[in-house]
Design a protein around this ligand. Structure first.
Ligand SMILES: NC(=O)c1ccc[n+]([C@@H]2O[C@H](COP(=O)([O-])OP(=O)(O)OC[C@H]3O[C@@H](n4cnc5c(N)ncnc54)[C@H](O)[C@@H]3O)[C@@H](O)[C@H]2O)c1
Length: 465
């Protein structure tokens, strides 16, 4: 049974249980997202139509053609009014892959991203490189006058976020971070429902994710032709500590603190982006406490395979639980005094459901009162005041909203970025948003590695442990 099937089966069981308990259930299909709803200038719809105004066709340079970048490249060139003007990767095999995806010989493909920044035909950059490279590529792109879509998490360290904010402001550039949740129709519906008070006062959020295979635990295969002859290893290391060529680190960088941030940076960043977006949060959490360990994957990695972080957001509490050792459901539960809103799935959620609760007593609340007149009169009066005549109870109805079939929120996220570039409108996930979510992941790691609560000190722009 696949991961998605597991999620769906659990969900159907839960819906059946709800219905069995006397709660009605309804299902709706959500409409398509920003791309489906868009009306583009005619020239942009024609993509590379000759004579299209420069403002209608957006030309991007692609940096990093790896697991994520290959998909971003493929999706971007399928969007109306978007063209790839050049692509770049440090590894020869990935440059070959770029050529295969682009299927034309006319697009320059290089190992140096500086060549893309110097190219006057390029309006913007899409970057999908390991996390320790994000800050330099964003700052360099801004300084070169290019807008940039950079993959999540925005930063590898807390200080980098403020450098990015300064650069984006100074060079007046559009930055969009690549956690796709703020462009998803499922998250948009969740945001609308929460804002309308559908679950009342929210006090607790739980989010989960669980995987159970080598790939899910980031132990990817190393291409046999990877060598210092086919990969520019020194440049790949960037600002990370110098070390001799190691193909395992190139392929499995998520497993090493020098390049990634483990579970928080790779996975919880999606939870945090989703939570910040649907709840309109514009600051990092106040405190974080993480517990976990490296229990299973003793393969040389230096990051844990199980982590649970409890965040204090001031007026609600939030727990994120991720394991790389067991396949489990993945999603969120937003809990309030009027019900629960669940999102099923995280990076590409299938649906959300809302199960209302009235929070009302079912009967007079008289635990262990002595039997006799006092109790009888009280219960009688309570029942008279809270009529329970048949038909008088409110019907509570669980509602599920499904994403459209084959819906791809990354497609909408890229589309939103190119629209921002084209129309000079703010990004849906700018550097401030990206920084707040990234700070939350750094707090989780600081707490884990220093074995202490991590507190955000906004005036010093530092995490205190
Ligand atoms: N939003 C999502 O759902 C999602 C999913 C997967 C990955 N990601 C993010 O995408 C980014 C890339 O992840 P990945 O899995 O594709 O990694 P990857 O290792 O598969 O690919 C990264 C590629 O970048 C190249 N590269 C590294 N530094 C470079 C540089 N300075 N110049 C040119 N090329 C360079 C590498 O050679 C490699 O081919 C990460 O930040 C990751 O967190 C996001």
């Amino acid at each position: 049974m696949g991961y998605r099937d597991l999620t769906r089966r659990r969900f159907l069981q839960r819906t059946a249980a709800v219905a069995g308990a006397g709660m009605a259930a309804r299902s709706f299909l959500l409409e398509g997202g920003p791309l489906a709803a868009s009306v583009l200038p005619v020239a942009a719809q024609a993509g590379s139509a000759p004579g299209a105004a420069p403002s209608d066709t957006v030309r991007f340079g692609m940096v990093g053609i790896g697991m994520r970048g290959a998909g971003l490249l493929e999706t971007s060139i399928s969007l109306p009014g978007v063209q790839c003007a050049a692509a770049c990767d440090l590894y020869e095999g990935r440059r070959t892959l770029a050529r295969q995806i682009l299927a034309k010989d006319t697009v320059p493909i290089t190992a140096r991203y500086q060549e893309l920044l110097d190219n006057k035909e390029i309006d913007c950059i899409v970057a999908a490189v390991p996390d320790h490279w994000h800050k330099n590529i964003i700052v360099d792109a801004c300084a070169a006058g290019k807008d940039i879509y950079c993959e999540k998490p925005m930063t590898h360290t807390v200080g980098e976020g403020f450098e990015i904010i300064t650069a984006a402001g100074r060079f007046n550039r559009i930055v969009q971070v690549g956690s796709q949740e703020p462009s998803s129709v499922v998250y948009a519906k969740a945001k609308e429902l929460l804002a309308s008070g559908a679950i009342g006062k929210l006090t607790l959020v739980e989010a989960t994710m669980g995987r159970n295979d080598h790939c899910g635990a980031w132990w990817y295969s190393v291409p046999p032709d990877l060598s210092p002859q086919t990969l520019d290893w020194e440049t790949w290391l960037g600002t990370a500590p110098k070390r001799p060529f190691d193909g395992s680190r190139w392929a499995r960088w998520r497993c090493f603190q020098d390049y990634g941030e483990g579970i928080p940076g790779d996975l919880c960043i999606h939870h945090l982006t989703g939570i910040h977006y649907v709840l309109g949060i514009t600051a990092p959490p106040k405190r974080a406490f993480t517990q976990g360990g490296l229990y299973r994957w003793h393969d040389g990695r230096d990051v844990p395979d199980v982590m649970t972080t409890v965040y204090d957001y001031g007026d609600f509490s939030c727990t994120l639980r991720v394991t790389l050792n067991t396949e489990t459901e993945s999603g969120f539960r937003f809990m309030g005094d009027r019900g629960i809103l669940e999102i099923h799935g995280v990076e590409d959620p299938e649906s959300l459901s809302i199960s209302p609760q009235d929070g009302a007593d079912q009967d007079a609340c008289t635990p262990a009162w002595p039997m006799g007149d006092m109790r009888q009169q009280y219960v009688h009066a309570w029942r008279a005041a809270h009529s329970s005549r048949p038909g008088s109870q409110q019907v509570t109805e669980a509602i599920t909203y499904h994403a459209p079939p084959l819906y791809d929120d990354t497609r909408d996220h890229l589309f939103n970025f190119f629209q921002s570039v084209r129309m000079r409108r703010p990004s849906v996930e700018d550097e401030h948003f990206g920084n707040n979510a990234a700070i939350a992941i750094h707090m989780a790691n600081e707490s884990y590695y220093k074995d202490s609560a991590a507190v955000w000190d906004g005036s010093a722009k530092k995490v205190r442990v």
